[in-house]
Design a protein around this ligand. Structure first.
Ligand SMILES: Nc1ncnc2c1ncn2[C@@H]1O[C@H](COP(=O)(O)OP(=O)(O)OP(=O)(O)O)[C@@H](O)[C@H]1O
Ligand SMILES: [Mg+2]
Length: 483
């Protein structure tokens, strides 16, 4: 709101507000028309359907944006005019009129606010249009909205820490969405409990899915779900409280990010999912495939990075980062290399409060610049689990499947699965459980051995590649499981 005000105070007649929150801008413009110049002035609103409506009175024949601009140009006195989804594509005469409007209205107290969720400014009018990105509500604003809904409307009382937890869970939603989610989740319950919290996360997941390239990942996994990786776990635990208010106030340097690379199925993605739980930060996954599926991958990518900044502190997970930056080295297409350099710049300049967790499989595709010191705090190599780690992984997945771990000889199981990755161990346990269930009995060690004997692990079929990955990683990365 301050940025919009400043632009108006600076006399800018044309302000482009990039936002999803149309209703809030509408209220703002209405408020400005009443108060900005001391005495009320004109308040107009234009849509392609209704045309221009000034102070409640439609101006005839103004559905065409060109006509609407002309009507604003011809109006008298001061005023605020809000134009929704203003179209300029393929209409040079509109661009011309916008530029005329700029000159004619400058310092006259008549302002046009163009509101849209997409940035689409014609090249020719870039100098005349002042762009404000209207950010999503911050924690304080969210807390206010929650307060209004919960305490006043639904008559629920919530403790301060619970309120903060709720506000954190709501980050990244628009003000309206916060209201909708709260009404929906709390319409059937009278207290705030764990189930309510999970439901909110679920709702949020639904909403962020609409965004396309960014996906909110709910905190469902913790460090106890990972077998092995002692070094990586310690690294993460040490930094657990760096995003807390105390640490931030004390100015302790905040980590920028980590890169996990290594063999498929060894739990790289799983490790990333536990960070948000451990650090109590929201996690967003950036889908590079979806980024490349849009008309303008560069723009989509940078917007996604910025929208994560707007919900920081947060963890940004870039899965299979080599997809996005790999083509660079092989000469790939131009937009890929621009994305890559955009990413490096962003890594350098980004708000400190976005922690990047990137994962990569095909590490030979990664350009050297990305691994160079300074971009990521640490590059970890995730290898096939050793015997002790396989024991842990068996225990984790047996427990997950409600089996009595004490009835299994984990040492033998671990020995029998030399060269297996975590995903394969999980699969063996799951198939054994399903088989046993089909025969209405509980799972035995024999079920597991049958599965083990029937499986050819990836490490056998990909022996050469794994050797290569290891020797590559040896000099460049820190082993995640042994120091
Ligand atoms: N160390 C581990 N401890 C417990 N479970 C594991 C471990 N490694 C893998 N798993 C199981 O295997 C599943 C798949 O692993 P995950 O997707 O995290 O591997 P990945 O390294 O990201 O693989 P990819 O490179 O193919 O994306 C996990 O969800 C988990 O259930
Ligand atoms: Mg993965």
């Amino acid at each position: 709101m301050d940025r919009i005000r400043k632009a108006l105070l600076g006399g800018h007649p044309l302000v482009y507000v990039l936002t999803w929150e149309e209703p809030r801008i509408e209220r703002l413009a209405q408020h400005l028309a009443k108060t900005f110049y001391g005495a009320p002035c004109a308040y107009g609103i234009w849509t392609v359907v209704e045309g221009l409506v000034v102070d409640g009175r439609p101006v005839p024949d103004t559905q065409d944006p060109l006509k609407a601009l002309e009507a604003i140009l011809a109006a008298q006195g001061k005023g605020f005019y809000l134009m929704k989804d203003f179209p300029t594509a393929g209409r040079p005469e509109i661009v011309r009129r916008l530029r005329d409007l700029y000159r004619a209205l400058k310092d006259r107290g008549r302002h046009v606010l163009l509101v849209s969720p997409r940035l689409a400014i014609p090249e020719e009018a870039k100098k005349e249009i002042y762009v404000v990105e209207y950010e999503l509500p911050d924690d304080n604003e969210i807390a206010k909205i929650l307060d209004a809904h919960l305490r006043r409307r639904l008559n629920l009382s919530i403790s301060e820490p619970e309120m903060r937890r709720l506000a954190l869970a709501m980050r990244g939603l628009t003000a309206d969405e916060v209201g909708h989610v709260v009404s929906k989740v709390f319409s059937t319950r009278k207290t705030f409990d764990e189930a309510g919290f999970l439901e909110i996360l679920g709702e949020k997941e639904q909403m962020s899915r609409k965004e396309g390239v960014l996906e909110f990942v709910p905190p469902r996994f913790s460090l106890e779900d990972i077998g092995g990786y002692a070094v990586l776990k310690t690294w993460l635990q040490k930094r657990q409280s760096l995003f807390s208010k105390d640490a931030l106030d004390a100015g302790i340097p905040i980590p920028k990010g980590i890169l996990l690379m290594g063999i498929s199925g060894c739990g790289k993605s799983l490790c990333v999912k536990t960070i948000s739980t451990l650090w109590n930060l929201p996690l967003f996954r950036l889908d590079m495939n979806a980024v490349f599926g849009t008309d303008n991958p560069e723009m989509t990518f940078l917007r996604a990075l910025r929208s994560v900044e707007s919900v920081s502190p947060a963890v940004l997970w870039i899965d299979e980062i080599e997809m996005g930056v790999g083509g660079y080295r092989e000469g790939g297409d131009a937009s890929m290399s621009r994305i890559f350099s955009g990413f490096l710049t962003w890594m350098q300049e980004k708000s400190a409060l976005v922690f990047v967790a990137a994962t990569a499989n095909r590490i030979h595709l990664l350009p050297a610049e990305i691994i160079r010191k300074g971009r990521f705090d640490q590059v970890f190599f995730v290898d096939l689990p050793n015997e002790e780690e396989r024991k842990q992984i068996f225990a984790i997945h047996l427990k997950k499947n409600k089996c009595d771990v004490a009835r299994f000889d984990l040492v033998f199981l671990a020995k029998a699965t030399n060269g297996w990755n975590g995903a394969e161990i999980e699969q063996a346990v799951v198939s054994a459980v399903v088989d046993a269930y089909a025969e209405s009995r509980s799972i035995t060690e024999d079920d597991l051995y049958r599965m083990i004997a029937a499986t050819v692990p990836l490490a056998v079929t990909m022996e050469e590649q794994i050797k290569q990955i290891r020797s590559w990683a040896h000099e460049r990365a820190l082993n995640a499981s042994t120091s």
